[in-house]
Design a binder for this molecule. Structure first.
Ligand code: HEM
Length: 538
C-alpha cells in the first residue's frame, strides 16, 4: 500500500520535473533563438552588412563614433550581399550598388562572413593596389584545391611567391624571352590566316583564337608544338582541363564565405576539383618526365628552366606542376578574349578598321606580311587596343581580389586585417569624371607629336587592366606583344565584315574573364594575295 503511494508521489514529481524541464528547455531554446535573431539583425543593420557588424561588435567598436563607417549595402541578414558577386555581370551590379549608396570611392559589403571593400575610383584604387598591406590574396577553396596556392597567383605573399615571380620574370616574361618566341607567334599567326581564309561564309573566331593561344603557351611552357588545324588529343585534353579550371575558379563558392556550409559542399566544387586535379597532375607529370628523359641538356622551354633550378630556388615536382599549369591556364583565355573584343570593335566600326588598314598599308605595305617589329610603329592600332581594354577589360574586377595582411587605413577609413579588397576597373574606365563620352569608342589614345603615350601597364590607375603594384600581372608585356602582332596580322590579311544575320552583340558575361556573351560571327575577305606558306608571303 505504502509503496503504491510512494510510486504515485514519485510519478507526480517526475512528471512535474519533466514538464518543468521541457518548459525550461523550450524557454532556453527560445531565448537562444531570439538572442541569435537579435544579434543577427543588429549586425546586419551595420553599414556594409553582417560581416562588418559582427566585426565591430566583437571588437567592441560597434557604438564607437571614433571609427568612421564605410558606407555600403546591408544585403540580407547572414549572407549579406552575395547577390552582387553571384552574377555573370558582377562588375555592373557592384557599380550600380556603389552609385546607389553614393560610395563610389569606397564601398563596404559583406559576402557572408567576409568583409569586403571595393572602389570605383582611381585614387583609392592606387592606395589599395600599391599598398604592401594588400599584397596577399584571399583564401579561395577552389584555388587551393586546383593547386594555385603553390603557383604565383594565389601563393601567400612571402619568400616562395617572390621566388616564383623572379623565376618567371627572368625566364619567361623578360624582353629577351618574349623576343625569342617571335617565330612561334609568327607561325601560329600564319596558321590562323590559313584557317580563316578557308571560310567563305560566316564563322565564329573564338575557338580558333583559343586554340592559337593555347598552342602558343604550350610551345613556350612545355615545348610542345601542334598544328592549329589538327585535332590532337593532347591539346583537346588540356583545353578541356583549362575550361573546367576556368569554370571552377570563376564560380563564386558560397562555402568560402559561409564556413558552416563547407561540410556540405553544396555546389559540388570540391568533388569537381578533385576530378580535375589528378588529370592535371598526370598530364603535366608526363611532360616533366619527357623533359627529364631528354639528353641534350639544353634549356628550350619553361619546363627546362624549372628543372634546371638549383639550391633554394629548386622546386618540388608538385610545385612545378602547379606553376606550369597556372601559366597555361592564365595565358590562354585572357589573350583570346581580348582579341575577340578587338575584332568585334573593328567589325562594328568600319571607320576604325579603315584607319588600321591605312596604317598597315603605310607601315607594312600590301606586298608582305606583318613583322612583329612593324607593330611598334603602329600608333593607331596601339590606340585601338587601349580603347578596347578601356571598354572591355578582360578582368573587369582585376580577376583576383587582394587581402589586407594588417589593419590599415584606406581613403580615411579604418580597414581591419583580413578584409578583402576589390577594384572595379570596368567602372573606373567608364567614369564620366575621368573620361569624356566614356561609352563612345573613340580615337582617344592616339598620341600627337610630343605627347606622352598613355600607359596601360599600371602606372595610371584610370586604366590599369593588368592591375598594379606588387601583384600586377607579370604576363602583361607578353600578352600585349602577342595581341598586337596577331591583330595586326589578321587585319592586314582580311577585311572583317559583320555576318548578314547578326550585328555585333557587345553583351558581356563574366566568368573568370569577361567575354562576349554571344561569340563574334564574321565574314572575311582577303585583302592581299595570300600565300599559305608558314610565313604567308614574306
Ligand atoms: C590580356 C591579357 C591579360 C590580362 C588582361 C591579365 C590581367 C591580369 C590581372 C588584372 C591580374 C591581377 C593583377 C592584380 O592583382 O593587380 C593578373 C594576374 C596574373 N596574371 Fe595576367 N593578364 C593577362 C595575361 C596574362 C598572361 C599571358 C600570363 C602568363 C602567361 C598571365 C599571368 C598572370 C599571373 C601569374 C598573375 C598573378 C600575379 C600575382 O598574383 O603575383 N597573365 N593578370
Amino acid at each position: 500500500m505504502r509503496s503504491d503511494r510512494e510510486s504515485v508521489w514519485l510519478f507526480a514529481l517526475a512528471s512535474k520535473w519533466l514538464a518543468f524541464s521541457e518548459e525550461s528547455f523550450a524557454w532556453s531554446v527560445l531565448i537562444i533563438v531570439l538572442t541569435w535573431l537579435f544579434m543577427t539583425l543588429v549586425c546586419w543593420a551595420h553599414p556594409g552588412g553582417p560581416a562588418w557588424g559582427k566585426f565591430r561588435f566583437l571588437n567592441r567598436s560597434f557604438l564607437s563614433a571614433v571609427n568612421k563607417r564605410i558606407p555600403g549595402p546591408r544585403g540580407l541578414p547572414v549572407i549579406g550581399s552575395m547577390n552582387l558577386l553571384a552574377s555573370s555581370l558582377a562588375h555592373h551590379r557592384i557599380a550600380a550598388a556603389a552609385q546607389a549608396c553614393n560610395s563610389e570611392r569606397l564601398m563596404a559589403f559583406s559576402l557572408g562572413h567576409t568583409r569586403v571593400i571595393v572602389t570605383c575610383n582611381p585614387d583609392v584604387a592606387r592606395e589599395i593596389l600599391n599598398s604592401s598591406v594588400f599584397a596577399d590574396r584571399p583564401v579561395k577553396e577552389s584555388a587551393y584545391r586546383l593547386m594555385f596556392n603553390r603557383a604565383i597567383g594565389f601563393a601567400p605573399y612571402g619568400v616562395y611567391w617572390r621566388t616564383l615571380r623572379r623565376i618567371a620574370a627572368t625566364h619567361l616574361f623578360c624582353p629577351k624571352q618574349i623576343k625569342g618566341a617571335e617565330d612561334q607567334r609568327r607561325e601560329i599567326a600564319s596558321e590562323m590566316v590559313t584557317l580563316f581564309a578557308q571560310h567563305d561564309r560566316i564563322f565564329q573566331v573564338r575557338q580558333v583564337l583559343k586554340r592559337a593561344s593555347l598552342n602558343n603557351m604550350m610551345t613556350s611552357i612545355f615545348g610542345r608544338k601542334y598544328k592549329l588545324n589538327s585535332t590532337n588529343n593532347e591539346v583537346k585534353e588540356l583545353q578541356a582541363l583549362v575550361d573546367k579550371g576556368y569554370d571552377l575558379l570563376g564560380t563564386l563558392n558560397w562555402s568560402d564565405h559561409l564556413p558552416w556550409l563547407a561540410e556540405f559542399d553544396p555546389q559540388k566544387l570540391r568533388v569537381r576539383c578533385s576530378n580535375v586535379v589528378p588529370k592535371v597532375e598526370h598530364f603535366v607529370s608526363r611532360i616533366i618526365s619527357d623533359h627529364r628523359a631528354k639528353s641534350n641538356g639544353e634549356t628550350e622551354d619553361f619546363v627546362d628552366v624549372l628543372l634546371s633550378l638549383q639550391g633554394d630556388d629548386k622546386l618540388s615536382d608538385s610545385d612545378m606542376i602547379a606553376v606550369l599549369w597556372e601559366m597555361i591556364f592564365r595565358g590562354t583565355d585572357t589573350v583570346a578574349v581580348l582579341i575577340e573584343w578587338i575584332l568585334a570593335r573593328i567589325v562594328l566600326h568600319p571607320d576604325v578598321q579603315r584607319r588600321v588598314h591605312d596604317e598597315l598599308d603605310e607601315v607594312v605595305g600590301r606586298s608582305r606580311a606583318v613583322d612583329e617589329s612593324d607593330v611598334t610603329n603602329m600608333i593607331y592600332l596601339a590606340a585601338v587596343i587601349k580603347e578596347v581594354l578601356r571598354l572591355h577589360p578582360p578582368g573587369p574586377l582585376l580577376s583576383w581580389a587582394r587581402l589586407a595582411i594588417t589593419d590599415t587605413t584606406i581613403d580615411g577609413y579604418d580597414v581591419p586585417r583580413g578584409t578583402m579588397a576589390m577594384v572595379n576597373m570596368w567602372a573606373i574606365a567608364r567614369d564620366p569624371q575621368e573620361w569624356p563620352d566614356p561609352l563612345e569608342f573613340m580615337h582617344r589614345f592616339v598620341t600627337k607629336e610630343g605627347e606622352v603615350e598613355f600607359s596601360v601597364l599600371g602606372s595610371d590607375l584610370r586604366l590599369a587592366p593588368f592591375g598594379s603594384g606588387r601583384r600586377t600581372c607579370p604576363g602583361k608585356n607578353l600578352a600585349l606583344t602577342t595581341v598586337g602582332f596577331w591583330v595586326a596580322t589578321l587585319v592586314h590579311e582580311f577585311d572583317w565584315l559583320p555576318s548578314d544575320q547578326n550585328t555585333v552583340d557587345l553583351s558581356e558575361v563574366l566568368r573568370l574573364s569577361c567575354e562576349m556573351a554571344n561569340p563574334l560571327s564574321v565574314k572575311v575577305r582577303p585583302r592581299r594575295r595570300l600565300s599559305l606558306s608558314p610565313s604567308h608571303g614574306k
